[in-house]
Design a protein around this ligand. Structure first.
Ligand code: FES
Length: 163
């Protein structure tokens, strides 16, 4: 990736410090084994991603908790995505199935407080599918770009307290 990574509590971030575009941003939690590898391959092929997207490297999507997703929204992200291995191909066996459940939980939580659930999405891909990663990121950017600004006060208080 072009930008120098910086350490964070959740994992390794890419693009930290770069300005968000048009006041919106998407945080993508990517598993190291497939999604981040696909992102890296797309970067090596010089495929440009929407500048709204910030990548967070995770060992596995099973490591992503609902609090990571809600905290990102509470701290300024307009959308969050989890990108992992294809179903049945998680290198830690069931991590991506856990992530699918957690994303669904966060979507229900967001919907219950009047926030569009599509602000949180799950995507799966293999390391050999950089175009699928790029398409997922562009899809998130397109969806978020079509939504009104996120009311931070609507994000569940537990996330704002933890942020
Ligand atoms: Fe990729 Fe678990 S290692 S989702």
């Amino acid at each position: 990736m072009a930008a120098a990574p910086a350490a964070s509590a959740a994992g390794r971030e890419t693009g930290v410090g770069q300005p968000a575009v048009a006041g919106r941003s998407v945080v993508a939690f990517c598993c190291r084994e497939c999604a981040y590898a696909a992102a890296d391959a797309s970067a090596n092929a010089r495929t440009s991603l929407p500048p709204t997207v910030r990548l967070v490297l995770m060992p596995c999507t099973g490591r992503v908790s609902p609090l990571h997703l809600l905290s990102a929204l509470a701290e300024g992200a307009d959308g969050v995505m989890v990108a992992g291995c294809l179903e049945g191909q998680c290198h830690y066996r069931e991590g991506n199935f856990n992530a699918i459940d957690r994303v669904a939980f966060v979507q229900r939580l967001l919907k219950s407080v009047g926030v569009a659930p599509e602000r949180c999405r799950m995507f799966t891909m293999s390391a050999g599918e950089p175009p699928k990663f790029v398409a997922a990121v562009k899809e998130m950017d397109r969806v978020i770009g079509g939504l009104p600004p996120l009311e931070r006060s609507a994000v569940p208080a537990v996330a704002r307290g933890a942020a």
